[in-house]
Every structure is written in structure tokens, then in C-alpha cells.
Design a protein around this ligand. Structure first.
Ligand SMILES: Cc1cc2nc3c(=O)[nH]c(=O)nc-3n(C[C@H](O)[C@H](O)[C@H](O)COP(=O)(O)OP(=O)(O)OC[C@H]3O[C@@H](n4cnc5c(N)ncnc54)[C@H](O)[C@@H]3O)c2cc1C
Length: 202
């Protein structure tokens, strides 16, 4: 099945990336309409173990599990994003012809591929990415994928969240997912894009 963007990982960064991509719909931007996005996630987000007291705008005491649910509902309110519960075991290709293979035997193709799988390990074969120690982790043995400093690994292939080597704080991880989404949208638009909403009658 074909998607414009496949995001591997549905935690803080992957969901934030999907939300921003989805929010480009319905704005009269011809280059954004009809785009299809996929999040593949196997349910191991660090958010499942988190209690959030210090995430801006999120009420103190919010469980990470609740926040996952809320963000997914936000994404679904825009449409255009499919969710698959599965583990990606292999991926290959270049911009325009990525192929992603899952443990359950599914196969997906995409123009862009975003890796947002957290920093515990990197288990996806076939992409030829360079995996090194995540030096911002307070615990040893955490990993990151080498990128160009702007989350691009190579044309069409991006990394977001802790796998991009940022510190393990929700807002930082989420922000990298948003940046990746904005960079992809800007490529399609052929110019820098932001997505801002304003109140009615302002
Ligand atoms: C106990 C705990 C408490 C925390 N408390 C706070 C806090 O109070 N404040 C704060 O700001 N931050 C907190 N954090 C940190 C925050 O949860 C993380 O920084 C954030 O979740 C990282 O986002 P991410 O998208 O990089 O990774 P994750 O949210 O971990 O998401 C990665 C996702 O990728 C999926 N995945 C991995 N490999 C594959 C694969 N091959 N195929 C498919 N899916 C895959 C995983 O299942 C997971 O869902 C806490 C973390 C922990 C562990």
C-alpha cells in the first residue's frame, strides 16, 4: 500500500509529526490535499510509563497513556492518517520508493520515511543508517541515528525524537517530529511553510 509519508514509531515524536502533517489538510493548499500518512507502532513508547507534570499546556498529573490517546484523537480529527499496530523489521529505498516491511508480513511504500523509534535500540535492517551512542541520555547504551543536524539522514529519510539524539523530554522529542513534518511540507510546497490557526473574527 502506498503512502506519502510513513512514520515508524507512534510515541511523542512520531505522533507529533503525524499531527502536523495531518493539520495541513483542508486549508486549500493543493499540494497538501489527498496526501496519505501512515504511523506504524508496536506500543512500546516511553510515554506508557510517564506521568507528565512539566509539559507546557498539559495539565499536571496527566498520564503518558492518556496523552497518547489525546494526540491520536487530535490526529483523527483531521483525517488522512492510518495507524497500524506492528513492528517494522526492515526498510529500504530512496525518496519516492521507500519500502517498509513488518513483522506480521505487511509491506508499505512511501515517498518519505520518518524513523521515530526512540533511543532504546534500533532494530530496523536494510537502510544502511549509522547508529551511534546517544550522548544526551543520562543512561548508557541508548542510541541515535546520525543525521545532518536537521534530522535528515539522506534525501527523503528523516529521524525524529530520541533517535535523533535529543534529550529525553516530551516537548523536545515532539518538537523534532514537528520540524520534520514542516520540512517535508515545505518540500512539497516549494517554499517555507508554517501552519498557524487564528481565532474566528480576529
Ligand atoms: C518513566 C519515564 C518518565 C518520563 N517522564 C517525563 C516527564 O515527566 N517529562 C518529560 O518531558 N518527559 C518525560 N519522559 C520522557 C518522554 O516520555 C520521552 O522523551 C518521549 O516519549 C520520547 O519520544 P520518542 O518519540 O522519541 O520515543 P517514544 O515515545 O519512546 O516512542 C517510540 C515509539 O516507537 C515504537 N517503535 C520502536 N521500534 C519500532 C519498530 N521497529 N516498529 C514499530 N514501532 C517501533 C515504540 O513502540 C514507541 O511507541 C519520561 C520517560 C520515562 C521512561
Amino acid at each position: 500500500m502506498w503512502y506519502d509519508v510513513v512514520i515508524v514509531g507512534g510515541g511523542a515524536s512520531g505522533l507529533s509529526c503525524a499531527l502536523t502533517l495531518a493539520s495541513s489538510r483542508g486549508r486549500g493548499w493543493s499540494w497538501a490535499e489527498g496526501k496519505r500518512y501512515l504511523v506504524i507502532d508496536d506500543g512500546r513508547s516511553d510515554m506508557n510509563r510517564s506521568l507528565f507534570n512539566n509539559v507546557p499546556g498539559v495539565p499536571k498529573g496527566t498520564l503518558g497513556k492518556e496523552l497518547i490517546r489525546t494526540i491520536r484523537e487530535q490526529i483523527e480529527s483531521y483525517g488522512g492518517v492510518d495507524f497500524v499496530e506492528d513492528r517494522v523489521v526492515r526498510a529500504e529505498g530512496e525518496r519516492g520508493n521507500f519500502r517498509v516491511f513488518t513483522e506480521k508480513g505487511a509491506e508499505f511504500e512511501s515517498e518519505f520515511l520518518v524513523l521515530a523509534t526512540g533511543f532504546h535500540r534500533f532494530e530496523i535492517e536494510g537502510l544502511g543508517v549509522k547508529v551511534v551512542e546517544n550522548r544526551r541520555s543520562p543512561k548508557p547504551g541508548r542510541v541515535m541515528v546520525v543525521h545532518d543536524g536537521n534530522f535528515k539522514v539522506r534525501e527523503g529519510l528523516y529521524v525524529a525524537g530520541l533517535l535523533a539524539g535529543v534529550s529525553s523530554m516530551f516537548t523536545i522529542a515532539a518538537g523534532t517530529g514537528v520540524q520534520v513534518a514542516i520540512d517535508i511540507l515545505s518540500i512539497w510546497a516549494g517554499k517555507p511553510v508554517v501552519i498557524h490557526d487564528v481565532p474566528e473574527n480576529s
